[in-house]
Design a protein around this ligand. Structure first.
Ligand code: G3D
Ligand code: MG
Length: 204
């Protein structure tokens, strides 16, 4: 929604199966980490209202129903996203190495208008399992810098580490995307009017 006062932001969470996408969302929205709530809310979403500076923002967070195993989520899932969260598990190198293809998949499916500047945020989850770590923090943060300067957090959905901070960054980035969209629409009209005026002034 690019109109102004009320902002609805669509956030989607991507990454390999079992990295903790559903758990992160559940921790953020419901402040809970439960073994029972694993699945999966289908082609569905949870919402959370937050204040960013003086703006009331509704985050609509989309989770997958486990189809990420087949990398086939359908265009409705991707369409209209304002921010894409890429999640891996710090104890799984494979899940980290998949992030590039998840990013590509997002960009090809979502039809993002300004692909180069589309906001992604990367989360390395399960940081509570430090003794099983396979992906060094430095390796991931270097990759995030090199791959479009994406903000990067290490999180634990289990212990609620960095989850609120990460989603605040996600919300801010999603909001900035909407501002960019708005300003993308305005300039051609405004500029041409100004130009016309200037030309008139010049000749009179
Ligand atoms: P997904 O939605 O990406 O597929 P889930 O992942 O949220 O279903 O989580 C997959 C498994 O990882 C679950 O374990 C879940 O409890 C666990 N998990 C998620 N986040 C964390 C975390 O931050 N720390 C730890 N230690 N475990 C986490 P089970 O055993 O139920 O499959
Ligand atoms: Mg899930």
């Amino acid at each position: 929604m690019a109109s102004g006062r009320k902002h609805l932001l669509k956030v989607i969470i991507l990454g390999d199966s079992a990295v903790g996408k559903t758990s992160l969302m559940n921790q953020y929205v419901n402040k809970r980490f439960t073994q029972q709530y694993k699945a999966t809310i289908g082609a569905d979403f949870l919402t959370k209202e937050i204040m960013i500076d003086d703006k009331l923002v509704t985050l609509q967070i989309w989770d997958t129903a486990g189809q990420e195993r087949f990398q086939s989520l359908g265009t409705a899932f991707y369409r209209g996203s304002d921010c894409c969260v890429l999640v891996y598990d710090i104890t799984s190198s494979k899940s980290f190495e998949s992030l590039g293809s998840w990013k590509e998949e997002f960009l090809s499916q979502s039809n993002a208008r300004d692909a180069e500047n589309f906001p992604f945020v990367v989360l390395g989850n399960k940081v509570d399992k430090e003794d099983e770590r396979k992906v060094p923090n430095a390796r991931a943060s270097q990759w995030c810098r090199d791959t479009g300067n994406m903000p990067f957090f290490e999180t634990s959905a289990k212990d609620a580490v960095n989850v609120d901070d990460a989603f605040m960054m996600i919300a801010r980035n999603a909001l900035s995307q909407i501002k960019t969209e708005t300003s993308e629409y305005k300039p051609p009209i405004d500029l041409s009017k100004k130009k016309e005026k200037k030309e008139k002034q010049a000749c009179c």
